[in-house]
Write a protein of this length. Structure first.
Length: 287
């Protein structure tokens, strides 16, 4: 049975915080708790979820700090399936370094996120002066930056990662390639592949395999293999993006598809991909 650490999942506990964006997504606009994740990843024989990384929810501004604290506490609780919390940070905060010292130093926090793919964030946001300054501050405190950005803007990440070699970046969802555009536009597909190839050459970038809108192996395998071939085998991680993934397929279907895609790889690669890389990258001590 394959051990798995899910490097990217979410809990929607609306008694704790408000998440505005899910209100327009009926399937997600309801409490989706840790017990639901555990239930939805059970009842199969091929893999066992031994830990998970909770990634911030983009809750409303007045709830972001409370959300951070809540999931840090969850990750610090002995025996909890949540082993690490990727929390929100304001990348334009001129006093970020002070706040890191006060709020973000925890054995259960090794990464932070500021979402870049939403309409309110214009292209080039991550290359603004204050953003770059704060990226460098993250590296100073051994915090990684979770990158969630539009596929068309991946060249900005290439520039940023080269400018900030002392900070590690975790690319969320393979850079969010749109499967329909990948099929309909050769230029779009080539640009995504080229960006992934260039990012793979940068030792301070890791890639999560997740975020596609299909679990059909024939559709997703070429993209996943391109990521595998671009990044070294210690810089790719399994992730589900639960429960957002359930808009397109059941979470176990995604996991089974990845197990099938990886079946001909050596056991050493499979173990790194499915859990050992996450252990190292997120500095998880207990599984």
């Amino acid at each position: 049975m394959q051990k798995v650490i899910d490097a990217h999942f979410h809990v929607f506990d609306f008694n704790q915080f408000e998440v505005e964006w899910v209100k327009s997504v009926a399937q997600l606009c309801k409490p989706i708790l840790l017990k639901d994740y555990i239930n939805d990843t059970s009842n199969q024989n091929n893999f066992s979820i031994v830990g998970a990384v909770h990634v911030e929810l983009d809750s409303i501004p007045q709830h972001k700090v409370a959300e951070n604290r809540y999931f840090i506490e969850q990750a610090e609780e002995s025996g909890n399936l949540i082993k690490s919390a990727a929390i929100w940070v304001d990348m334009f905060d001129k006093k970020l370094e002070e706040k890191i010292k006060e709020f973000y130093i925890s054995d259960s926090v090794s990464s932070v996120r500021y979402i870049l793919h939403v309409p309110t964030e214009k292209p080039g946001t991550c290359l603004e002066e204050q953003f770059i300054k704060n990226i460098n501050i993250l590296g100073k405190y051994n915090l990684q930056f979770e990158v969630c950005m539009r596929a068309e803007e991946l060249p900005d990440l290439i520039t940023l990662a080269r400018m900030c070699p002392e900070t590690d970046f975790i690319l969320n969802h393979m850079g969010l390639p749109d499967l329909l555009k990948m099929k309909s536009s050769k230029e779009y597909a080539n640009n995504w592949r080229d960006s992934i190839s260039q990012l793979g050459k940068l030792n301070n970038v890791t890639c999560k395999i997740s975020g596609l809108s299909s679990s059909d192996i024939d559709r997703i395998k070429p993209l996943i293999l391109h990521c595998f071939n671009s990044f070294e085998n210690n810089r790719v991680m399994y992730a589900s993006n639960y429960p957002v993934c359930t808009l397109d397929f059941k979470v176990n279907t995604w996991t089974e598809a990845l197990i099938e895609i990886c079946k001909d790889y050596p056991e050493e690669f499979r173990d790194k991909f499915f859990y050992k890389n996450a252990l190292k990258i997120y500095r998880i001590k207990e599984i």
